[in-house]
Design a protein around this ligand. Sequence first.
Ligand code: ATP
Length: 826
Amino acid sequence: MPELLELPLYPEPRGIFRVSASAGAGKTYRLALHYLRLLKSQGCPSEAGLSGIVALTFTNQAAAEMRERIIYFLKNIALFTDLGKKLSAETGLFPEEAAAWLETIFNHYHVFQVRTIDSLIFTLIRGLAIELGLRPELSAEIREDLFLNRAFDRLLLRLREDPKLEEVFARALFTFLEIEGRGGFNPEKHFRRRMREIYGLLSQRAGGRLLEARDPGEDLSALEEELRRLGRTLCERVLSERGEFAYPSWETYILDPPRYYWSKVFKKDSFREVLKARCRKLAEALDGDYQKLKGKLSIYLTAKARAEVAPYERLFRELSGELLSLREEEGLLQVGSWTELLVRFLSENPPPLIYLKIGTRIRHFLIDEFQDTNRLQWQALYPLVEEVISSGGSLLYVGDVKQAIYMWRGGDPALFFEVPQGLPGEVFSESLPHNFRSAQRIVAFNNRFFSTLVERAHEVVRKLLHGRKPPKDCEVSEELASKLETAFSDLEQEILSEAPEGEVEIVTVPSDEDRERFREGIFEKLAELIPGLYETYVRTGGTVAILVRENREAEEIATFLFERGIPAVTDRALRLENSPLVKGILSLLQYLNYPEDETALAGFLKSPLPERGEGLLEAYLAEKRNGAPGLKAYLEARAEALVDLLDGLSRDLERLSLYELVQAIVERFRLRERFPEEDLYLSRFLTAVLRYEEEALSLSDFLALWEEEGLEEKVGLPRELQAVRVFTIHAAKGLEFSAVVVPYLTWGPKGKDELVVTERGLIRARRESSEEVSRAKLREKGREVLESLNLLYVAFTRPRERLYIFLPEKTRYYTVGSVVRDILGK
Ligand SMILES: Nc1ncnc2c1ncn2[C@@H]1O[C@H](COP(=O)(O)OP(=O)(O)OP(=O)(O)O)[C@@H](O)[C@H]1O
């Protein structure tokens, strides 16, 4: 099979190219190179040539990096640097051609199609708005949580006039409070959150497809009656034949199976184990009845597991209806629902014109990180790719199924190998054997570690699924282990002899049984390690990353480093709340939104925004004890200029956008001049505000949202930032760092949420559930097992030179930390 780079450029490459390779093998690099070769194949640089090549990535960040990489390569070729010479030889592009393409890109940036899959799908939807029954000006894309909140508010408004809805709502609330036993301090907030989770479960986890409306169907009380009748008959026969139960209480349980469903008496293989040994004959005679009872109980438990949470599904349907109305009335479409809408349309109609129109313009597709694509996205793209291939174009897709970490969002790594099926073109597969990223010792360590993991796949998977004492046979474990073996089969990489030696260090930390000591131990080690790494790498233009599983852990570590004077950023934000200025602006916004809010006013006074605010506040508090008036009245008497300024801002609220308002605050309090060291924070905050504003939020919407998750605001980090990066592994996918520390090896499958989506819809799985329900739950947990191991792989393969793994001396539960201990023989 020819290698991609050996394929002739003339005529243009046609067919399907698949590159699968382990981490750091140069997949993304290869994709960028291929992009350049495709430019070359277009002949004279032109807008049409540029728009005919579409490179798709998974996240906005990845798209931005890909664009940068392509431009960087072209610049190097144009300037004929050493790298440029190499690239020129590999791509066939001459310096003057590269310069001309650069100019074309800058002049026609809007057709420089390096974008996310979602954004392409949205373009398609917009092109089909009329056919889809959407408003043609459809443009606002809005975050799902926000969108759901609005749909939820609309539901609440309808409650009073719609008794049917009221009942649906009341039942869902009952499920939430009574059956699930949730609620907490602020039940409304938690209920909304739960409905968002349910929405996620039902729409995304189910492969992105919204489940059809359906009703539980089974009549629970009839089943209960039937179970009691079967139990009664069985007991009567035992007693009339002078039989005796092994334990007297079992008689009570058998008489009322719906109530005592959890009892061991329903878990025996045969009735012989239920009666005393002397009743063998009788037990054999009644075994058929016992099995029948058990079978019925299982049907009942499955039905119950459904019925208990069926109200959620009904409310979910109402919520979906509201989303639809929002879509129709306001032309809003939330992320995630686009694809479903398009796929549904495609399945009911012949490939629409837009596909043909776009399809004839696009000549080549390139897709990165394909292992995280979900089936629905692929179904939406398929007609377009088919059109491109059958008209002589190409598809190049790259990925690594070991790095599939978005299965929880419907990502389906099995797609990777299914893609060519049905596409009308020749298939070329290639794998890249070398590791270009990591130092020798790191590649050797990962080769050894993960191949041992594969050798012991069955044991590892069983323990992760069931704990340290797993059952001997478990169908789900076997399935998972063989999936793991297949995914990791091509894992070993060749080491480049010119790569630096590098280092892998296992750092022992206390057992995680005592959470507090464990945490302290980790922080102690970080305090020893990070300053040195900061000096060696960050100060000299390199990067140091601490990779964790949860955002919460990232926040905690970043704060800890911050307090020790080491600049640290998380992938979510430059810890905006660390900035007293941002805090002050938020208090002021709160006050402007609701001028009765004296706490907000006090917060603003305490912040560095007003020059003598803190003094004023202290004086006020001292006087207040003697019955002074409210804070605002106090300020009116003592700080007239400040009150005028506030009133001015209140008036501005009417005419300025949110972004302009924040800018006005920055200017009027001269924040940039007074606090130059906070400039970065202010810019970041303004960027975040701008993003929120694009979602057309009012000030109060903005504040509500910020309170919930503003601190998690994702704003791209400046590359040149001199700070330790504390990232989640999800955010670090595709990236690389000079040194990587993995401090918390505590993750593993949680299997925590009792709700599982099955073919039958939403069910509630508990320990005593029927076998069918338990298996569904176990499969769901199995997905988490694979994802946990893939996360380990992604984390260990990010460093270029040094890798530090913090290994707990002992672990309470069987987690990835235990896997590492087992594999390393610790
Ligand atoms: N052929 C090559 N020559 C020189 N450097 C390369 C080559 N291929 C890749 N690299 C470098 O190796 C590093 C890893 O490459 P890249 O990010 O493309 O790998 P990847 O396979 O996409 O990794 P991952 O799957 O972990 O995201 C990058 O720094 C890249 O510039």
